[in-house]
Design a protein around this ligand. Structure first.
Ligand code: PAF
Length: 283
């Protein structure tokens, strides 16, 4: 695996490979790699000649300094995992290489998607995500970039970024990877104290129940039940649960036949914030 910490040699290397007709698949990450990330990489390997992974803990997408400081940083273990699955290229820049002297986000308008759910609770988060993803796309110039559906809102926003800025690449969303007990894989899971880790699968159980309930009942009834279920939970604190249309992320009141919906949830397990979502079926 080739490792680059500077963008100029990476750009030079990748443009040579592109000249030789190689297609590039790209997976941007913040490290602390888990099986969910590895599945994105193996998907990219099947469909591209060269796979690039970036590891960069992006300061501008954190709304709380504490969250940035505590974000797991496991570079040596990540590198071993990437070598094991034969990743071709790792880009591991430092903050100065990306932001030079000013660590600041660009301001984006994603047709309002940025103000919903995560955007409401994490001020400036999607400006930070948009900024780093745009910078990385400009450096790597991939044919396809892969993102997990666990961060479904992020995925929709990145599609918008590509569309609005006429970026020449495809975005592919990949299924959520779960632990055996259903907890969605996340770099934050390693920070859960044991009692919270034991309690956390309740989040996916609730989503599955909501999925069943949604087939027969209206969104209001489903939201009410989920809210009630968390009200007296001794360890998990619900931040939001909502049912929204997949494209607009607009919360719905009534089901409409041809539309696609998902249930979205954010929960605090102690001071660790977990998010998850599930696709809904309806008649
Ligand atoms: O999903 C993540 O890990 C990050 O938000 C991303 C897309 C790598 C941007 O920093």
């Amino acid at each position: 695996m080739k490792i680059f910490t500077k963008k100029a040699p990476l750009e030079a290397y990748l443009s040579k490979e592109k000249l030789h007709g190689k297609s590039i698949g790209f997976i941007p990450t913040m490290g602390a790699l888990h099986e969910g990330h590895l599945s994105l990489i193996t998907t990219a390997q099947k469909k591209n000649d060269l796979v690039v992974v970036s590891i960069f803990v992006n300061p501008t997408q954190f709304d709380k300094d504490e969250d940035l400081i505590n974000y797991p940083k496991t570079f040596e273990a990540d590198k071993i995992q990437l070598e094991k699955i034969s990743c071709d290229v790792l880009f591991y820049p430092d903050v100065t290489e990306i932001y030079e002297d000013v660590i600041r986000s660009e301001s984006f308008y994603f047709d309002g998607l940025e103000h919903k759910m995560e955007g409401k609770y994490r001020k400036g988060h999607f400006n930070g995500v948009g900024t780093i993803v745009k910078i990385l796309f400009q450096i790597v110039k991939p044919n396809v970039a892969y993102f997990g559906q666990k961060d479904f809102q992020q995925l929709q926003i990145i599609k918008k970024l590509v569309q609005k800025h006429n970026l020449n690449l495809l975005i592919e969303g990949c299924p959520i990877f779960r632990e055996k007990d259903g907890l969605a894989m996340s770099s934050r899971n390693v920070r859960l104290e044991e009692k919270y880790r034991t309690a956390a699968p309740f989040i996916y159980q609730t989503l599955q129940e909501a999925q069943n309930q949604f087939i027969k009942q209206n969104p209001f009834e489903v939201i009410l039940r989920v809210t009630e279920q968390f009200k007296y939970h001794p360890l998990l604190k619900l931040e939001y649960f909502t049912i929204a249309e997949e494209e607009t992320l607009e919360t719905i009141k009534e089901k409409e036949k041809e539309k696609n919906y998902r249930a979205f949830i954010a929960v605090f397990a102690g001071n660790i914030r977990l998010i998850d979502n599930i696709k809904l079926k309806h008649s």
